[in-house]
Design a protein around this ligand. Structure first.
Ligand SMILES: CSC[C@@H](O)[C@@H](O)C(=O)COP(=O)(O)O
Length: 333
């Protein structure tokens, strides 16, 4: 269930650690080019996270875990590495969860490389479980909408929102996936569509503002998205545009599911208003790839995430089962 290399001969994860180097499929380049980015220092790992060479909450966490292992292997001050990596992207909870796990392990004398590898395997294993629980919600013939990329590239393997989709497809259910293009970085059109092609899953890319049209026409049976942070009351931060999909889904009586491992849950926050929302460079909106699409005089705003209130969410698919937002307190350890 890994990602296939460009020539289809090798299977790989979105991120791995080899010879002291953090290696990443450069997600900025897909699907046009398949290139591996090599991060040899903490600063380069931080750059890869910040500039979205790697993106998606669980994959960001795994990259940070390898970054900590690398820093420790290089004899670098791990507190300093922790700070550098912590200040890359503010919304995805997995980043902080991974950094804390690594610091605890390092402080208690565990082998950091082994720990980072265990961390990656654990998160990917959790996502496979999400696939098993989520698959049961998908009926034969379902047409499923997803937003952004919550696939293998966003985790390392399997994905969160795409794990149930992949399992359903593998189990022989006939499914169809509506892929939101996901402006401004086009994670849907570039990355989710690329993964659907790799898996041979029937799909169509739609403009971000087209989902409501298809919902009203009765052409969407369910929505599954990933999450960057989930708070105690079941509010969910995810890629900008998720909120409006959830509201329109509820209006049309379409079930709206969020898929995420427990590493994405932040029980220290009561509700979604407390989640720090990353605001990225205006150029991401003013340009489409290298081409400026807006007048030279215009400015833009670019929040990378929004918060979907719990009341719009039918269920949260985790490695421990499917929970209503008001039930997630049961997952608090
Ligand atoms: C399994 S990934 C879940 C989320 O991280 C994903 O839906 C998302 O919003 C990614 O945002 P990105 O800005 O591409 O890192």
């Amino acid at each position: 269930m890994r990602i296939k290399s460009e020539d289809g001969t090798k299977e790989m994860r979105a991120v791995w650690f080899e010879d002291g180097i953090v290696k990443l499929i450069d997600q900025r380049q897909l699907p046009a080019n398949f290139e591996i980015f090599e991060a040899k220092t903490t600063e380069e790992v931080a750059y890869a996270i910040k500039e979205m060479v790697v993106r998606g909450a669980p994959a960001i966490g795994i990259t940070a875990a390898y970054g900590m292992a690398q820093a420790s292997l290089q004899g670098r001050n791990v507190d300093e590495a922790f700070e550098i990596l912590r200040n890359t992207r503010p919304t995805a909870h997995d980043l902080f969860y991974a950094l804390r796990s690594m610091m605890d392990a390092i402080n208690s004398g565990e082998d950091p490389v082994k720990k980072a590898e265990e961390y990656a395997n654990d998160i990917i294993g959790r996502c496979e479980k999400i696939g098993e629980y989520g698959e049961k919600l998908i009926k034969d013939g379902y047409r499923i909408l997803t937003h952004c990329n919550a696939g293998a590239l966003a985790v390392g393997d399997w994905g969160t929102a795409t794990a149930p989709i992949r399992k359903a497809h593998r189990n022989g259910k006939k499914i169809f996936v509506w892929v939101d293009e996901t402006r401004p970085r086009l994670q849907g059109a570039r990355l989710t569509a690329w993964e659907m092609v790799q898996e041979g899953i029937e799909h169509a890319i739609i403009a971000d503002n087209a989902a409501g049209y298809f919902m009203r026409k009765g052409e969407i049976d369910m929505v599954i998205v990933g999450a960057d942070r989930i708070t105690s009351n079941g509010d969910v931060a995810n890629k900008i545009g998720t909120y409006e999909k959830a509201v329109v889904a509820k209006e049309n009586g379409i079930p709206f599911y969020v898929a995420a491992p427990i590493s994405t849950f932040d029980f220290s926050l009561e509700n979604g208003d407390q989640i720090p929302i990353e605001e990225r460079r205006e150029e991401e909106v003013l340009f489409c790839r290298e081409c400026r699409i807006a007048p030279q005089e215009s400015h833009a705003r670019n929040p990378a995430f929004d918060v979907t209130p719990a009341k719009y969410i039918t269920g949260i698919i985790t490695e421990k089962g499917v929970f209503k937002p008001e039930e997630i307190w049961k997952l608090k350890s």
